[in-house]
Design a binder for this molecule. Structure first.
Ligand code: SF4
Length: 374
């Protein structure tokens, strides 16, 4: 077998890989048609934990509204979150906005190409730094997303936990070796990394890799030893905690009372109907009325209970129970001060609700209210 750890083997490997990529690569993604580092930056933030199909429309809308580093850095964070609404993992939107502000302030709006400098920006880890350097500037870098890491583990038949530091060092070195010094007319670091990602995503898939269609099968030690289905090792998924949360849709004069979460933490900076945690065994109506009163400083009353639903995030499950409520005091000055859960409050007309950056749970409640599913 040709060894992938030797320069001669790497050269042959790249020849096969790039020939496959030319014919079979996913060239139609909007962020790939441009080599603009800003577009790469935005797409990489959006693609973290999210599928290509979901990201596509968000990316197009986002680039239309914020086409440059400066336009995003100068934007109000609420407008950025509103455009991100529904994409989830909102810390990414806040970090992207903060990173653009830092680039505008410290680098005159020019995205740096150096891996070490990129890694100092908010929300930029080794993967994103490598992706921006490689895709945006065609610089050598290891771009180890989950698919590439799995591909490398199989090529080298590494039967260890992929999270081990020693394993990470080997994978990173292979990524760098393949992209460093292997520039040619056929493809530089950018094409090499994109090709690796595409083989990982479409051929060397997690379950039942398609070894018969694999352009680099002759270099694969896992296939040679018939171990491709056992690599990488799979750990047990930890159980997700379940959280019961009550939401009050407080209505008055054609408007609904919305609370904005603090910037830090889950759903940071997003707007919600007013939510209160409900330990098991408590009376939900009493808990909600008292909890909301504590938060906003005046009494409300539950008018109607709506059907409960389950809302799953990657790390927890919410059991959501929404209730229509009304305030017992009314008046134009009824805007609560900062509470313990929410940083600020606003009465918002029903027509304007969808213009806010809403948490995913509130978006679901709103969608169900609008489609009269309740
Ligand atoms: Fe993956 Fe199979 Fe190709 Fe090896 S031969 S890299 S296991 S698809």
């Amino acid at each position: 077998m040709t060894s992938l750890l030797e320069p001669v083997g790497q050269k042959k490997f790249l020849k096969k890989l790039l020939a496959w990529y030319k014919k079979n690569g996913r060239h139609d993604m909007p962020w790939r048609t441009s080599k603009n580092p800003y577009a790469v930056f935005v797409s990489e933030f959006m693609l973290q934990q999210t599928t290509v199909a979901t990201v596509r429309p968000y990316f197009d809308r986002f680039m239309k509204k914020f086409p440059t580093v400066k336009s995003l850095a100068d934007a109000d964070l609420n407008d950025v979150l509103a455009l991100w609404s529904g994409l989830g993992y909102y810390a990414r939107a806040r970090n992207l906005w903060s990173a653009m502000r830092a680039i505008l302030a410290d680098f005159r709006g020019k995205i740096p190409s150096d891996l070490k400098i990129l890694a100092t920006l908010p929300g930029v880890g080794p993967y994103t730094a490598g992706a921006v350097a490689s895709f945006g500037f065609n610089r050598p870098a290891a771009v180890l997303d989950g698919n590439v890491a799995r591909l490398f583990m199989r090529l080298l038949a590494i039967e260890d936990d992929p999270k081990l530091k020693a394993v990470q060092v080997i994978l990173k070195k292979l990524g760098l070796d393949l992209t460093d010094g292997n520039r040619s007319k056929k493809g530089g670091p950018r094409d090499i990394n994109l090709a690796l990602m595409d083989v990982g995503a479409t051929v060397c898939v997690a379950q039942n890799p398609k070894c018969g269609e694999c352009p680099v099968a002759e270099f694969c030690l896992a296939k040679y030893h018939n171990r491709q289905n056992d690599i990488p090792l799979r750990g047990e998924k930890p159980d997700r905690p379940t959280i019961r949360r009550l939401f009050g849709i407080v209505e008055w004069d054609g408007k609904r009372l919305m609370g904005q979460r603090p910037k830090e933490g889950l759903f940071g900076g997003l707007w919600e109907f007013l939510g209160v945690d409900a330990p098991s065994g408590v009376d939900p109506i009493e808990q909600l009325e008292k909890g909301i009163q504590r938060e906003i400083g005046f009494k409300i009353r539950v008018k109607e209970a709506l059907p409960a639903f389950e809302h799953q995030l990657s790390h927890r499950i919410f059991v959501v129970r929404p209730f229509i409520c009304e305030p017992l005091t009314t008046g134009p000055d009824l805007i609560p001060e900062k509470g313990k859960i929410y940083e600020r409050f606003r009465w918002v007309s029903i027509a304007n609700l969808s213009r806010l950056g809403l948490s995913s749970i509130t978006s679901r409640i709103l969608a169900a209210l609008q489609s009269e599913k309740f």
